[in-house]
Design a protein around this ligand. Structure first.
Ligand code: F6P
Length: 545
């Protein structure tokens, strides 16, 4: 038995989970439920009233937080304690967006001055590129930037850039390459001109196979387009914590933007990894993005647990994962610009909390990180909402929508909102058999047929959802939104007593992948492998199935 499952609050929640009435009756018995279970912070509004909760539920969840020393753990995170214990590292993505010196001294380094220097280096670079001061090897302005990176070195820049499309200055085109599948880079290079293209190679470790291979192919393309090796410095920059390897790779030292080991890859968009974002939206908007996230950091650090947005969202997720066996959590963005956000939250949440050993090395005896998935509304209503409404599992949902569109057009936005709110209502109230039967009253079906069809039309409801609104999608509200989910993810890991900041689970695949690579390229035999791996390798080598 782990410490967590012996907590009195944990066992009280288990007993309580069997007593929570259907949300229909909870709303019927409390006209003020919406006001009671909603919260504004940092330009965001959270309606969490459509959850399977009562005052008692929340009281017990906050007891769990207190028994888990959550407030102390939040302080440890934000003050730079080495909470990433398996790598002996601090976790300080919050410092990247601090608006004033957080006075954190890490192993003798004043990190704030390093952060400020890097932001200044980014600003200078963005100005030089977008003003045309930085010229390509034939003296032309840079018009296109190709960002090469994967995981947190791709998802953050790509998805935040996509979300802030209304804020692009139009001075630079940006293209993102991640997958080692050659199609990714071949398609992105089509139509580009080496004279006016600059590559940003983003890799915290500078050891990720996909990124190294893509960058080598980019260099090869660059030379084949007529440039010479000496021109590389004008067209390749790098973002990495491994300056030595970046220099060995041929990146000019002055073109290397630093990263630090106290910034996790999936938390790094606020660092120089966000360079493509800054190139597209400008440094002023990039700084607004940072400021919005910082506002959420301050809220997370100072708001009482009971009025703390990330804490409430994190505890609600624990409630469903551990007491209602929720296997997944769906994020539905009712805004086309935010369509990539579920994919971003997948790495953020699943690479952080997909763990099964506690900090002190015990196997967990409870569920931890859920599967995060989702997409844009209203598209999902025509794809997977059927399962959300009538499937056999409980899938908590987050609905995210700005109240105002960047593209007001006729009835579009009010229809989008009607779908968003209507879906949360349907998930909550469902449709009873009696209601379904009444709807068939005037149909041509006979009584037996009406009974049968009504049965198929029943929707249990009582399906929980959060609705997150913002006045408008801006750099500031997007920063606050992403920081909200970062801290929600932290809250869950803190309750589960796991390390949310390492990722040992991705190492074996990389090692075995490199071994298979040697066998595919016929430098090693494969007979000693399992028959499947051996068979697949042979099929590839023989190039026939
Ligand atoms: O998926 C493993 C991982 O290390 C992620 O955590 C990281 O974002 C990605 O690979 C890329 O790593 P790097 O930035 O070091 O190339």
């Amino acid at each position: 038995m782990t410490e967590l499952t012996q907590l009195s609050s944990w066992n009280a929640l288990k007993r309580h989970s069997e007593t929570v009435p259907h949300m229909r009756s909870l709303f019927a018995s409390d006209p003020k439920r919406f006001e009671k279970f909603s919260l504004s912070a940092c330009g965001l509004f959270l309606d969490y009233s459509k959850n399977k909760i009562t005052d008692e539920t929340l009281s017990q969840l906050f007891s769990l937080a207190k028994e888990s020393a959550l407030t102390t753990k939040i302080h440890a995170l934000l003050s730079g304690e080495k909470i990433n214990t398996t790598e002996q590292r601090a976790v300080l993505h919050s410092a990247l967006r601090a608006q004033s010196d957080p006075n954190i001294n890490l192993d003798g380094d004043n990190i704030f001055s390093e952060i400020r220097q890097t932001l200044a280096k980014m600003e200078n670079f963005v100005d030089n590129i977008t003003s045309g001061t930085w010229k390509g090897y034939t003296g032309k302005n840079i018009t296109d930037v190709v960002s090469i990176g994967i995981g947190g070195s791709f998802l953050g820049p790509k998805i935040v850039s996509q979300a802030l499309r209304p804020y692009w200055t139009g001075k630079i085109n940006c293209h993102f390459v991640a997958n080692v599948d050659a199609t990714s880079i071949v398609e992105k290079l089509k139509g580009l001109n080496a004279e006016t293209t600059l590559f940003i190679m983003s890799s915290k470790s500078f050891g990720t196979q996909e990124t190294l291979t893509n960058t080598l192919s980019a260099k090869d393309w660059f030379i084949r387009q007529g440039a010479s090796q000496s021109d590389v410095a004008k067209h390749f920059v790098a973002v990495s914590s491994n300056v030595t390897k970046a220099c060995e790779f041929g990146i000019a030292p002055e073109n290397i933007f630093p990263m630090w080991d106290w910034v996790g890859g999936r938390y790094s968009l606020w660092s120089a990894i966000g360079l493509p974002i800054a190139l597209l939206i400008g440094m002023e908007s990039f700084r607004e993005l940072l400021a919005g996230a910082n506002e959420m950091d301050e809220h997370f650090a100072n708001a009482p647990l009971e009025e703390n947005m990330p804490v409430i969202m994190g505890l609600l997720s624990v409630w469903y994962v551990n007491f209602f066996d929720a296997q997944s959590h769906v994020v539905l963005t009712y805004d086309h610009y935010l369509r990539g956000l579920p994919a971003y939250f997948q790495q953020l949440d699943m690479e952080s909390n997909g763990k099964s050993v506690t900090l002190n090395g015990q196997d967990v005896d409870y569920k931890t990180g859920p599967i995060i998935w989702g997409g844009e509304g209203t598209n999902g209503q025509h794809a997977y909402h059927q399962l959300l409404h009538q499937g056999t599992g409980l899938i908590p949902a987050d609905f995210i929508m700005p109240l105002n569109s960047h593209n007001p057009l006729g009835e579009h936005h009010v229809q989008l909102a009607s779908n968003c709110f209507g879906q949360t209502q349907a998930l909550m109230q469902g449709r009873t058999f009696e209601e379904a039967l009444a709807e068939l009253k005037n149909s041509a079906l006979d009584d037996n047929e009406k009974q049968l069809i009504a049965k198929h039309k029943v929707m249990p409801g009582n399906k929980p959802s959060n609705t997150l609104l913002m006045d408008k999608l801006t750099p500031s509200t997007l920063g606050a939104l992403i920081a909200l989910y970062e801290h929600k993810t932290f809250v869950q890991g803190a309750i589960w007593q796991i390390n949310s900041f390492d990722q040992w689970g991705v190492e074996l695949g990389k090692v075995l992948g490199n071994d298979v690579l040697e066998r595919l390229t016929a430098t090693k035999a494969s007979a000693e492998l399992d028959s499947s791996s051996n068979g697949l390798i042979n099929l590839f080598r023989q190039q026939k199935i």
